[in-house]
Design a protein. Structure first.
Length: 80
């Protein structure tokens, strides 16, 4: 489940003292660009995915996250 994958990543992040203060793991529903804009995100990495299993979905999400802000507003790129 998404929550299980997030818990796995949180465990990895907490084990690395160099990054644990600067990394936040979130499970987000809806448009990721809206979340990034609302939270003031400056850098984002998406979670664990398999290109073989999730490649087509990832292409579609890339399209939505690239063009969604311009089509659905607020007419700004979500990440500076």
């Amino acid at each position: 489940t998404p929550q299980q994958r997030a818990d796995f990543i949180r465990t990895m992040v907490q084990a690395d003292g160099n990054i644990k203060e600067n990394v936040r793991v979130e499970v987000v529903e809806g448009y990721i660009w809206r979340f990034a804009y609302r939270e003031g995100v400056s850098l984002m990495f998406r979670g664990i995915r398999s290109w073989e299993k999730d490649g087509n979905e990832e292409r579609y999400l890339h399209f939505l996250n690239t063009w969604g802000p311009m089509v659905y507003g607020p007419l700004k790129w979500p990440l500076p």
